[in-house]
Design a protein around this ligand. Sequence first.
Ligand code: ZN
Length: 152
Amino acid sequence: MSDELETMYRELILDHASNPRHFGPLGSATHTADAINPLCGDKLRLYLEISPANQIENASFEGSGCAISMASASLLTETVTGLPVATAENCFESVTERLSHGKSVTRPGVSLDKLEALDGVREFPSRVKCATLAWHALHAALGNLSTPATTE
Ligand code: ZN
């Protein structure tokens, strides 16, 4: 990756971390999930409003943590808003495979171009958990699990 691209991606992460999109509780949420990453101290709650037709109408999150975890959650809410639940679940699988295992599997309806900004964390295994935290929350919320999601 060129220095220029690297700088751009870093800026995207810092931008989302300092100015997160869809931040705050969602009154109309039908599904929520908590997720914690004890290694770094990141914690967040994800809110989803899912229509009877299984479409994610709205997504938001609140929480605190490092720049990577907050930027990833912000990017997540932008990515999944408007998606069918099945496609969002595909996103979860694609993101975790890509960040945890470096595999890039194309799945129908999934466009993760923006999330390239997070690819740099693959160099730092402990930060992978920061980047995937919100996605574990997504997976938990879609599965409607009552136990908090954790990266451990
Ligand atoms: Zn973190």
